[in-house]
Design a protein. Structure first.
Length: 119
């Protein structure tokens, strides 16, 4: 999947990434183009995760930690119950170890209500 260039989108507030492939390199590359200082939310909806892409998740983890500290955002990893969601939920700590260790990521079951409304 090609990266998106978000450098000219200076008023971004919400970013949502949803895909069906296991690679997340395109998300990291896309987030590296963000210039907006007003980002409030980053939601990530992975559908599949293969062990071969764990290094890509580590790169994403490092970038998200930087964004969390510089933009005061808290990324959410969304999962669906019953569709491999439990496996995904259980793997987040190994996929995003620094975010998890620092308590900077929220795991949210899609379709559940949270403080920001329905997801």
């Amino acid at each position: 999947m090609p990266q998106l260039d978000l450098s000219k989108a200076t008023k971004l507030r919400y970013l949502t990434f949803q895909w069906r492939e296991s690679s997340v390199r395109w998300i990291t590359m896309t987030l590296q183009t963000v210039k907006s200082r007003g980002i409030q939310h980053i939601d990530i909806y992975p559908m599949t995760i293969g062990e071969e892409v764990y290094p890509e998740w580590q790169d994403l983890d490092h970038l998200l930690v930087k964004l969390c500290t510089s933009h005061s955002i808290r990324p959410r990893v969304m999962y669906e119950a019953g569709r491999g969601g439990k496996i995904l939920r259980d793997r987040v700590s190994s996929l995003l170890p620094e975010l998890t260790r620092r308590g900077l990521v929220d795991l949210v079951e899609a379709g559940r209500q949270n403080s920001g409304g329905w997801v």
